[in-house]
Ligand binder design. Structure first.
Ligand SMILES: [Zn+2]
Length: 107
């Protein structure tokens, strides 16, 4: 898996192509075994929510639907370009490296 929670990604296919957001959650689809990604503010679906408590009133809320990982591309936090990562071991730690600028992405 080349993406992680907190990564900034861009959508590369579909209606929201070109839109960007931060990964909130990554989950594995149990049926297909593919990784699906929840991105902040993207692929929103209206959902009717029942009132659960006074603090959480019901109503219609926008919830992101998961996006298949193959529809997303990582934006490098160092150079800002769309990139793929390669993995290397640095000081005994596996890190991700941007193929565009060769900087280590993981802090
Ligand atoms: Zn880069």
């Amino acid at each position: 898996m080349r993406l992680r929670k907190g990564d900034l990604v861009e959508v590369i296919t579909g209606e929201e192509r070109g839109r960007r957001g931060k990964i909130m959650k990554i989950e594995r689809d149990k049926k297909t075994g593919r990784n699906r990604v929840l991105v902040e503010g993207l692929n929103l679906a209206k959902k009717h929510q029942r009132t659960r408590s006074a603090e959480k009133p019901g109503g219609i809320i926008d919830l992101p639907n998961p996006i298949d990982v193959s529809n997303l591309v990582l934006l490098c936090p160092k150079c800002g370009r769309k990139t793929k990562v390669k993995r290397e071991v640095h000081d005994g730690r596996r890190v991700r490296i941007c193929r565009e600028c060769n900087e280590i992405i993981d802090a």
